[in-house]
Design a protein around this ligand. Structure first.
Ligand SMILES: C[S@@+](CC[C@H](N)C(=O)[O-])C[C@H]1O[C@@H](n2cnc3c(N)ncnc32)[C@H](O)[C@@H]1O
Length: 244
């Protein structure tokens, strides 16, 4: 007899799709959940890995190291090509913990953690070499002021990824980024534990430039966005995820 899909999926149902084979990442996942450290988690970690590999990224910049969970995913994506990740964290104690975790993961030689404020770092390095991929995961109110300095540091055709872009604290980030003259952007409104799609999103982008010149700009050919207020997505309209 054909099996029918369950009416509602549990969070466990989704979690089982992600790779938990790595004991260190599994331990960091557990530690983050217990200590309420906001790491990206296995789905976003794998997404970063896949995007970096797809872009053949060798130089990666990360804003917001925390304990190094996402940094390990990024370092593993660039390791086979001998690339590297520069990761910025303003809390020295947290940066120290990240360095220990990276040593345990065997990726230290691919990562440089810099301690300090990301915005100041971006200003100080504005004329530095360009990156193939940048990932932003610092405090969300810093997304609007760090967006353009970050875009400038990515090569044409390079990728940018912003996490938690629908958080209220990210201000007008969604609206401005969707029409940014230098970016092809997609906001993926998604399910994270405790969030509905109207409350969270991940935003991957490609930086426009020579690499895309022959394809033209998709976004610029679109009609201007409607002035009507966006419809409110209600929680009961979307797939419900039962808390474990
Ligand atoms: C959400 S956590 C990053 C999680 C990490 N990407 C992961 O998945 O493992 C954000 C981190 O960014 C740091 N941070 C926040 N604002 C910052 C800033 N302006 N400059 C540098 N680091 C910042 C915080 O101390 C925190 O450790």
């Amino acid at each position: 007899m054909a099996r029918t899909a369950p009416a509602t999926f549990t969070a466990e149902h989704f979690r089982c799709f992600y790779d938990h084979a790595d004991p260190l990442l599994r331990r960091l996942d557990r530690q983050a959940a217990k200590s309420r450290i906001p790491t990206v988690g296995p789905a976003m970690g794998k997404l970063l890995f896949v995007l970096a590999r797809a872009a053949r990224a060798r130089r990666v910049l990360e804003l917001g190291t925390s304990i190094g969970y996402s940094t390990i995913w990024l370092a593993r994506s660039v390791a086979p090509s001998g690339g590297n990740v520069v990761s910025l964290e303003w809390d020295p104690k947290t940066a120290g913990e990240a360095l220990r975790n990276m040593a345990e993961a065997g990726v230290s030689k691919y990562v440089k953690v810099e301690t300090g404020d990301a915005k100041k770092w971006l200003e100080a390095h504005r004329r530095g070499p360009k990156f193939d991929l940048a990932f932003n995961d610092i405090d969300k109110e810093m997304y609007p002021p760090t967006r353009d300095p970050l875009v400038r540091l990515v090569r044409p055709g390079g990728r940018l990824v912003f996490d938690n872009t629908a958080f209220r604290s990210a201000g007008d980030f969604l609206k401005v980024s969707a029409r940014h003259p230098d970016l092809e952007t997609v906001h993926l409104h998604c399910f994270l534990p405790g969030h509905a799609p109207d409350l969270d999103a991940v935003t991957p982008c490609v930086k426009r430039g020579r690499a895309q010149a022959s394809a033209g700009s998709l976004t610029q050919e679109q009609p201007p966005p409607s002035k009507a207020p966006a419809p409110r997505i209600r929680r009961r309209d979307v797939l419900s995820i039962r808390r474990q």
